[in-house]
Design a protein around this ligand. Structure first.
Ligand SMILES: CC(C)(COP(=O)(O)OP(=O)(O)OC[C@H]1O[C@@H](n2cnc3c(N)ncnc32)[C@H](O)[C@@H]1OP(=O)(O)O)[C@@H](O)C(=O)NCCC(=O)NCCS
Length: 183
C-alpha cells in the first residue's frame, strides 16, 4: 500500500489526509479484523470484503460522510483511516471516527493530531456546528484524544456494551463550533 500519492487534501505537521477509494477496502478490512484494533471498535465478527464493498457502494454519491486515508508524511506511509459520518446538513452536526490501523504508530501523538485535523476541517471548511463521538470505557487513548481536542463528556450509558466478559459504560462526547473558535 506504500505508494507515492499526489498532494494531500488536508494536512497537519506529520499527517496527510487523502481520498478514500475502493483500493483501500482490503487494508481497511485487515485492520478492522485485528484483535487489538477491533476491541474498542466493536467488530465482534470478522468483517468480509463483501460487506466492505456494500458499505463502499452505499457511500457513493452520498454527502453524509467524508472518508479519508491518513498518511504519515515523514515516511509517505498509509497508517490510518478516519472521517466524518452521519452529517446532518440542516442541524449541522456529525460524528467523527478515527483509527490508526498500523499499531506501530500508536502512542506517538498521532491519534490526537488526527482528531484535531478532523475537527479543524469539520468546523473551518464544512461549517458544521456540533461534532460528537462515542467511546467505550477502557479506551483511554481515544478518550484522551477527544479531551485534548476540546470535547467534553455529555452523557454515559451505563452497562451499554459487553466487552471481554463484562458490561462496560459507553461515553458520549461532543464539541460545539463556538467552543472550538473561542479556544
Ligand atoms: C485511539 C487511537 C486513535 C489513539 O491514537 P494514539 O496515536 O495511540 O494516541 P496518542 O498517542 O495521540 O495519545 C493520546 C493520549 O492518550 C494517551 N494514551 C495513548 N495510549 C495510551 C494507553 N495505552 N494508555 C493510557 N493512555 C494512553 C497519551 O498519553 C495521550 O495523552 P497525553 O497527551 O495526556 O499524554 C488508537 O489507539 C487507535 O487507533 N485505536 C484503535 C481504534 C480505536 O479505538 N479508535 C477509536 C474508537 S472510539
Amino acid at each position: 500500500m506504500d505508494q507515492i500519492k499526489p498532494s494531500p487534501f488536508i494536512e497537519s505537521d506529520t499527517l496527510a489526509f487523502r481520498d478514500f477509494d475502493e483500493s483501500y477496502l482490503n487494508q481497511f478490512k485487515e485492520w478492522m479484523n485485528d484483535k487489538d484494533y477491533r476491541k474498542f471498535s466493536r467488530q465482534e465478527v470478522p468483517i468480509m470484503m463483501s460487506s466492505q464493498q456494500s458499505w463502499y457502494s452505499s457511500i457513493q454519491g452520498s454527502n453524509q460522510s467524508v472518508n479519508f486515508s491518513v498518511w504519515y508524511k515523514p515516511e509517505n506511509k498509509l497508517i490510518a483511516f478516519g472521517g466524518i459520518f452521519g452529517i446532518n446538513w440542516i442541524d449541522r452536526n456529525a460524528e467523527i471516527g478515527y483509527g490508526i490501523g498500523d499499531k506501530s504508530y500508536w502512542g506517538k501523538g498521532l491519534g490526537y493530531e488526527m482528531v484535531s485535523l478532523i475537527v479543524k476541517y469539520a468546523f473551518e471548511e464544512l461549517n458544521l456546528h456540533r461534532l460528537y463521538a462515542t467511546m467505550i470505557d477502557g479506551n483511554i487513548a481515544s478518550r484522551r484524544c477527544l479531551e485534548k481536542a476540546g470535547f467534553t463528556l455529555e452523557g454515559t450509558r451505563k452497562d451499554d456494551t459487553f466487552l471481554d466478559g463484562k458490561y462496560v459504560d459507553k461515553f458520549y462526547f461532543a464539541l460545539l463550533a463556538p467552543e472550538y473558535f473561542h479556544n
